[in-house]
Design a protein around this ligand. Sequence first.
Ligand SMILES: *Cc1c(COP(=O)(O)O)cnc(C)c1O
Length: 461
Amino acid sequence: MRYISTRGGISPISFKDAVMMGLASDGGLLLPDSYPAVTRDQLESWRKFSYPELAFEIISRYVEDIPAVDLKSLINRSYSTFSHPDVTPMVKQDGLYILELFHGVTLAFKDVALQFLGNLFEYILAERNQKLNIIGATSGDTGSAAIHGVRGKKGISIFILHPHGKTSEVQALQMTSVTDDNVHNIAIRGTFDDCQDMVKELFGDLEFKEKYSLGAVNSINWARVLAQVVYYFYAWLRATDESDVPVNFAVPTGNFGDIFAGYVAKRMGLPVGKLLLATNENNILTRFINNADYSLGTVVSTASPSMDIQIASNFERYLFHLFDENPERVKTAFTELKEKGRISFSQEEMLIVREDFCSASVNHGATLLAIRKFFDDTAYLLDPHTAVGVKAALDLLPPDSARICLATAHPAKFSETVEQSLGFQPPVPESVKELYGKPTRCEVMDADISKVREFFISHIV
Ligand SMILES: *Cc1c(COP(=O)(O)O)cnc(C)c1O
């Protein structure tokens, strides 16, 4: 198994090199050169597996350069931090399956990938005697999951910029209450875009990047997608334990990362019907699937902020496959996007898209109503991201199929919206209550790149 770039500009590399490269050096995204097939017999033999056992079966098929004992230990350590024995338990409510992906330390599904990535980084860096300085901008979820993924890890330091006072209180505390020496929170007096622009500028300075071993943890790292493939298998096995029903997944989508993992599972042979791509008002991907209209709009803020995205970074991985693995076609598409603000697709391509995907966009009002209706019917609390997927599933997926909705965040993480919908706040989990008494550390700064650079240089590993 080797890794190649969607832009065709690198010679194939190993898994470990792909993890360390993150974004491909030709500007594309890394992908395996093939998808290992899983047979129905193999699938059946995995029914009794625990989550980490299943994770090993799937992940090891993509990793040829880490010994099995080491990979097992990395996986076991990554999922031992989850508060539920099943790691990603699935519950049935009102005829829908809810796949709870929020039992990790920061109560959102990003922990599933970032706990694993943090351990992988530490392992590879130790082996190569290298260091890594991670820098990133966050509006909330990714930053806290990344910080918890690498806190206390040897050879790594992390610098996360967030807009001062503009994340939810819980999100800010999940970041600033981590006071390990290798964790640096920087609150910028400005917007998320200011944070993002400064991070881009630092990465754009290639000399600086090289000199200080700059790394990223954004959703372009292949290891993150890979870790997420596992729960599609896990959920499929649980849903089909009793009977052989068709299985569809509903996935609230921002960067196309989580749903791309579902596509990978399908390519490996997991018998999945449709992947339902659910968006909020930022609906470019819904317009693409339903109307072949992939044209850029402007980002609007919604009740599901982790999906407020126009350019979904992982979409390029899917386009590579849609375009018959032809890097030239990928490059042409992105040139068109840059010049005309859209990508055009042929009718044949759209037929292929619609074989695997269907889509719906759920607006603010419908999201709030969905939270309330689901609670009235089941007494189960949905966070606003999950509610977008649930509403889309109820509208589009056949009720005689197993409809699996990915629950991407704990409702307490977005309690303001839940309260808006229900009139009361969701119960606060112990791990969130504990945050309030903890000491915090955070550097507050103006949106001044030279100050950020100075701070970074004086705190690297
Ligand atoms: C990041 C995130 C999403 C979107 O996931 P993508 O992989 O970007 O599609 C959905 N819900 C929550 C709670 C998130 O944090």
